[in-house]
Design a protein around this ligand. Structure first.
Ligand code: GDP
Ligand code: IMO
Ligand code: MG
Length: 445
C-alpha cells in the first residue's frame, strides 16, 4: 500500500507534519523530487525538527529514502544527519544511486543567475541551493550522479568535462571570477570522500528495485512530495517555479515504481487554510492592498509562524485560492485532502476566499496556463463567517464534531469545490493536533 503526499499550493502547506502523522503506519518514507530547497517541519510532543533532506518519517525511526528524482547536496545531508544524531536520533537514510549531486558550482550559478535577473526585476527568489542548475545539468546529460561518487575515475572524467564549461559561463558569459567551485582537484577530493562515506555507511541503493522489494514484502510506503503544485515546473506558475515535478506524477518517475503503483494507493493533497508564498510570482488573493489588508496579513503571518524554514524569509500571505485547489485536485488525481492551519484563522474579524477569477471579463474557475494571465486574474471573493479561537488541543482530542460550526462549513466548502474528501484537519503543528476523519491506510477501493 502506498500513500503519496503532495503540496497543493505554493509549498509550506504542512507536508512534513502530515508525512510524520501517516508515518506511524509506514515502513519507508521516500522523497521523490527536489533537494535541500525543502523545509519540512515535524513537531512531536513540542519538540520541533526542521528537515530539508532527511525524509520526515525518519523522526519516527522509519527508513527514509532520497529517490532518483531528487538532487542531493551531500554536505547538507551529512550536516542534517549529524545534527539529528546530536539530538539522540539515529535515522536510517538511503540515497538513490541515480539521484543527481548538487555541486558548489550549481549553488554559485543559482546566485549569479538570480542576480542577473534581479537587474530587470525578474528574480525568482530561489532558495539559492543550486536546485535549478543541477536539474539543468541532469536534462543536459552532463550531471554527476550519486553513484558516480563511488568511482573516482568516472567522477574525475565527469568533472573534467563539466567544470571548464561552468568556468566559461561564470567568466565569459557573466564576466565574473571563478573560484574554488571550479577547482577540479579539490572537488574530486571532497566528493569522492562523500562517496566513500555514503558507501561505508550502507546508504546507497538502487531505488526502484529497493522499493519494489520492500513493497513485495508487504511494507507500507509513503511518497513525500516537496514544494507544491503551483511551483511544479510543468503545472505551476512558470517561470516562477522550482525545477522538478512535485505533483503526484513525480512520485513514479522519481522513485522507479510505475504509475499503477502510485495510482493504486492514496494521493493526499495538503492544503493550508489560507495561502502563503515565498519568492516572486503572481498571487491573486494576496493580502497586500493597503494598510488594512497588510495588517491582516501580518497578523496571520505572526500567528502562523510564516517565515521560511530554510531561508527565514517572511512568507507572503493571501486568502485561500480555490481555483488553485481545483487545479491541484485534477493534476494530482487527489483521493483525499488534509486541510491544515484552521487554528491560525481562529478569532479573525473577517474571512474570505478567492472562489474564482475574473480574467478579461470572463469568470474562470481554474488556473490559466501562463504567468501573465495568472497575474491579471482578479479574485472573485466569497465571504465566510469567521470562527472563534478555541482550545484547539481539546478540539483535536474530541474530533471533527468539536470543531466550531463555521470551521466545518469551511471544510465542507473545500470538499464541495474540489470534489475531494477532507481526510484530516490540522488545528496546530503538533502530531497530536490533527483531527483524522479518514485513515488512508484503511481505505480499500
Ligand atoms: P512543509 O514544507 O509543507 O512541510 O511545511 P513547513 O514545515 O515549511 O511549514 C508549515 C508550518 O506549519 C510548520 O511550522 C508546521 O509545524 C506548521 N503546521 C503544520 N500544520 C499546522 C496546523 O494545522 N496549524 C498550525 N498552526 N501550524 C501547522
Ligand atoms: P517545501 O518543500 C515553498 C520556491 C522558492 C522560489 C522557487 C524556486 O518546504 O514546501 P528553488 O530554490 O527551488 O529553485 O526556488 O520555489 N520554493 C519553495 N517555496 N516551499 C518550498 O519547499 C520551496 N522550495 C522552493 O522560494 O520561489
Ligand atoms: Mg516548507
Amino acid at each position: 500500500m502506498t500513500v503519496t503526499i503532495v503540496g497543493t499550493q505554493l509549498g509550506d502547506e504542512g507536508k512534513g507534519a502530515l508525512v510524520d502523522r501517516y508515518g506511524g503506519a509506514a515502513d519507508v518514507v521516500v522523497r521523490y523530487q527536489g533537494g535541500d530547497n525543502a523545509g519540512h517541519t515535524v513537531v512531536e510532543d513540542g519538540e520541533e525538527y526542521a528537515l530539508s533532506l532527511v525524509p520526515s518519517g525518519a523522526i519516527r525511526g522509519k527508513t527514509g529514502v532520497l529517490g532518483n528524482g531528487c538532487v542531493v547536496n551531500p554536505e547538507t545531508l551529512f550536516d542534517e544527519l549529524d545534527a539529528l544524531h546530536d539530538r539522540g536520533l539515529d535515522p536510517d537514510v538511503r540515497v538513490a544511486r541515480r539521484a543527481h549531486v548538487i555541486l558548489p558550482y550549481h549553488r554559485r550559478l543559482d546566485g549569479i543567475e538570480e542576480e542577473a535577473k534581479a537587474e530587470d526585476g525578474e528574480a525568482i527568489g530561489t532558495t539559492g541551493r543550486g536546485i535549478g542548475p543541477t536539474y539543468e545539468d541532469k536534462a543536459g546529460r552532463r550531471g554527476v550522479r550519486v553513484g558516480d561518487l563511488t568511482d573516482p575515475d568516472v567522477l574525475r572524467e565527469k568533472l573534467e568535462y563539466v567544470v571548464p564549461q561552468k568556468r566559461a559561463v561564470i567568466e565569459e558569459v557573466y564576466g565574473l571570477e571563478a573560484g574554488a567551485e571550479c577547482d577540479v582537484d579539490a572537488l574530486h577530493e571532497q566528493y569522492a570522500e562523500y562517496g566513500r562515506r555514503l558507501a561505508d555507511e550502507g546508504m546507497l541503493v538502487d531505488c526502484g528495485p529497493f522499493l519494489a522489494e520492500r513493497r513485495a514484502a508487504g511494507d507500507n510506503l509513503v511518497f513525500e512530495g516537496a514544494q507544491g503544485t503551483l511551483i511544479d515546473v510543468d503545472h505551476g506558475n512558470y517561470p516562477f517555479v522550482t525545477s522538478s515535478n512535485p505533483t503526484a506524477g513525480g512520485a513514479t518517475t522519481g522513485t522507479g515504481l510505475g504509475p499503477t503503483v502510485v495510482g493504486d494507493g492514496e494521493v493526499v493533497g495538503v492544503v493550508k487554510a489560507y495561502l502563503s508564498r515565498v519568492g516572486s510570482g503572481a498571487m491573486p488573493t494576496e493580502l497586500d492592498g493597503g494598510d488594512h489588508e497588510e495588517a491582516l496579513a501580518s497578523d496571520i503571518r505572526e500567528r502562523g509562524g510564516e517565515f521560511g524554514t530554510v531561508t527565514g524569509r517572511p512568507r507572503r500571505i493571501g486568502w485561500l485560492d480555490v481555483p488553485v485547489l481545483r487545479h491541484a485536485a485534477r493534476v494530482n488525481g487527489l483521493t483525499g485532502i488534509s486541510l491544515n492551519h484552521l487554528d491560525v484563522l481562529g478569532g479573525l474579524d473577517e474571512l474570505a476566499v478567492g472562489h474564482a477569477y475574473e480574467l478579461d471579463g470572463d469568470v474562470i474557475e481554474t488556473v490559466p496556463a501562463t504567468a501573465e494571465q495568472w497575474a491579471r486574474c482578479e479574485p472573485v471573493r466569497r465571504e465566510f463567517e469567521p470562527w472563534p479561537d478555541v482550545d484547539w488541543d481539546a478540539v483535536a482530542a474530541e474530533g471533527y464534531e468539536a470543531l466550531p460550526e463555521a470551521a466545518k462549513t469551511y471544510v465542507e466548502y473545500v470538499e464541495a469545490e474540489t470534489g475531494v474528501e477532507v481526510y484530516a484537519v490540522g488545528v496546530g503543528p503538533d502530531r497530536a493536533q490533527t483531527i483524522e476523519r479518514v485513515d488512508p491506510w484503511e481505505r480499500v477501493d
